[in-house]
Ligand binder design. Structure first.
Ligand SMILES: O=c1ccn([C@@H]2O[C@H](COP(=O)(O)OP(=O)(O)O[C@H]3O[C@H](CO)[C@@H](O)[C@H](O)[C@H]3O)[C@@H](O)[C@H]2O)c(=O)[nH]1
Length: 443
């Protein structure tokens, strides 16, 4: 039964409004799947743009999750990285009205809650106007949100106005362990500053939400979660790891994708899985260095390339790896042949890396990814990083070759310790079952 049709039997109805981006839609969908699994009388209307429906419309999902669409009034996902701020502006200004029209049609029964990404700035406003409680879902780390909400402390500690050295340490943000400025997004200057000003508008809406959900697990960021108890007056729940681990046990009925069959044939822990996330890219020159470095390391690899797949396949011809355009990432990470994860440190990837117990080679590109990399390497100690002396400087193939070899060495003391830690953290993450979110909290 679709909530737009009339129904004699009452069921509960929740509307999910993710921010239009892979790193946001995935955890929102994981949350909705978990909710309908738990509550047999719950239906979810999952709202995406028509373009996104094309991307995810045929993915498997429970029958009680229904899609509703907004017209394509924002720049395409395929080009959004080119003008990130323009994209945010479009989401802020063009989707509210069509979202209201969707709500107008959802009457039987009307939704009892809206779950909206924290970056969907107008969701709380729309919910308040209609007397529908809005639950805010934050898809990055709790620690980075604490940093953002305490940005004024940077000013009072002289870390904002002058050009501080990246070596200076920030040790005064609640929930954030001592962190070098270079491991935090530079929210006081340049592009990141513009972005922060936009994001801050959403943070200002947070106190009016019914509650705040984190995709992280309390066990992974206990101090940051605790910091919110005093910072916000609304309830805060860490319900993660909000990743699709329930789907790992769903079989493929003998039709495994080629990359899984290839992985099946590789020695245990021998493959590095390389992914730069779903939409940001590194420069072509840097990709070339990475390709050469990985190739010369001799390490087996599975590389996810978004676009440029055929060029990469050509560059890797005769080498010991596979290039794909997309894969089932968590499944790959949990495969016994995968012994390392080269990641851009998007937060979903970080949670997936931790869950699978795969050590991570951190190569952050932007924004929260910088802090995720620091947490991976210094706080959780489940990875190494590729050091960038300066943001714009290329990292050469020789350095990449050496770091990849070192990272994938399972026999060194460093390698053994990193793998032990990754295994321990995986246990903790697997134990952190999302028992904490209850539908009554939305009422
Ligand atoms: O071949 C692939 C590649 C990716 N994924 C999935 O795509 C998602 C990617 O999410 P994430 O790792 O968070 O990367 P981004 O899409 O880049 O994430 C955006 O959103 C995140 C959460 O808000 C932020 O932490 C990032 O900085 C931001 O770039 C993950 O669930 C992956 O499993 C696949 O399933 N297959």
């Amino acid at each position: 039964m679709d909530p737009t049709e009339s129904s004699p039997n009452q069921f509960r109805h929740v509307v999910a409004m993710p921010y239009p981006g892979r790193g946001h839609i995935n955890p929102m969908m994981n949350l909705c799947k978990r909710l309908v699994r738990r509550y047999p009388d719950l239906h979810v209307t999952f709202v995406v743009t028509e373009e996104w429906l094309g991307f995810i419309g045929s993915d498997q999902k429970p029958d009680r999750i229904h899609f509703a669409t907004l017209p394509n009034l924002i720049p395409s996902e395929l080009v959004r990285a080119k003008d990130f701020i323009g994209f945010i502006d479009a989401v802020y200004t063009r989707l509210e009205e069509p979202f209201e029209r969707v709500l107008d049609r959802l009457n039987s029964p009307p939704p009892s809650a809206i779950i909206a990404d924290t970056y969907v700035i107008w969701a709380v406003r729309v919910g308040t106007k209609r007397n529908i409680p809005v639950v805010s879902l934050w898809t990055m780390s709790a620690t980075i949100l604490s940093f953002f909400l305490h940005a004024d402390l940077l000013v009072s500690h002289g870390h904002a106005l002058t050009e501080p050295s990246g070596d200076e340490t920030v040790d005064y943000v609640p929930g954030l362990s001592p962190t070098k400025l270079r491991d935090l997004p530079p929210i006081s200057e340049g592009y990141s500053h513009l972005l922060f000003k936009k994001a801050k508008l959403c943070f200002d809406e947070l106190p009016r939400a019914k509650c705040l959900l984190f995709t992280t697990a309390c066990e992974l960021e206990p101090k940051a979660i605790e910091a919110f108890t005093s910072k916000l007056d609304i309830p805060v729940y860490a319900i993660g790891p909000l990743i699709p681990f329930e789907e790992l046990c769903v079989g493929n009925e003998g039709s495994e994708p080629d990359y899984i069959r290839w992985l099946d044939e590789q020695p245990v822990g021998s493959v590095i899985y390389i992914s730069q996330g779903s939409f940001l890219s590194v420069s072509e020159a840097q990709i070339e260095e990475i390709v050469k470095g990985v190739r010369e390391s001799g390490v087996r690899f599975l590389w996810v390339a978004r676009g440029g797949e055929s060029k990469l396949k050509e560059a890797f011809e005769g080498s010991s790896g596979v290039v794909v355009s997309w894969c089932d990432q968590l499944r790959v990470l949990c495969h016994k042949s995968v012994g390392g994860f080269w990641t851009h440190c998007g937060f979903n990837s970080t949670l997936e890396g931790i869950y699978s117990g795969t050590p991570m080679l951190a190569f952050p590109l932007f924004w929260d990814q910088l802090l995720n990399a620091k947490m991976i390497v210094e706080d959780w100690r489940v990875g190494m990083r590729i050091e960038r002396k300066e943001e714009k400087l290329l990292i050469g193939r020789e350095e990449i070759k050496e770091v990849v070899k070192r990272f994938m060495d399972r026999e060194s003391e460093e390698g053994k310790e990193m793998r032990r830690r990754a295994c321990d953290l995986s246990e903790i993450s697997r134990g952190a079952v999302a028992e904490r979110v209850r539908i009554r909290d939305f009422k």
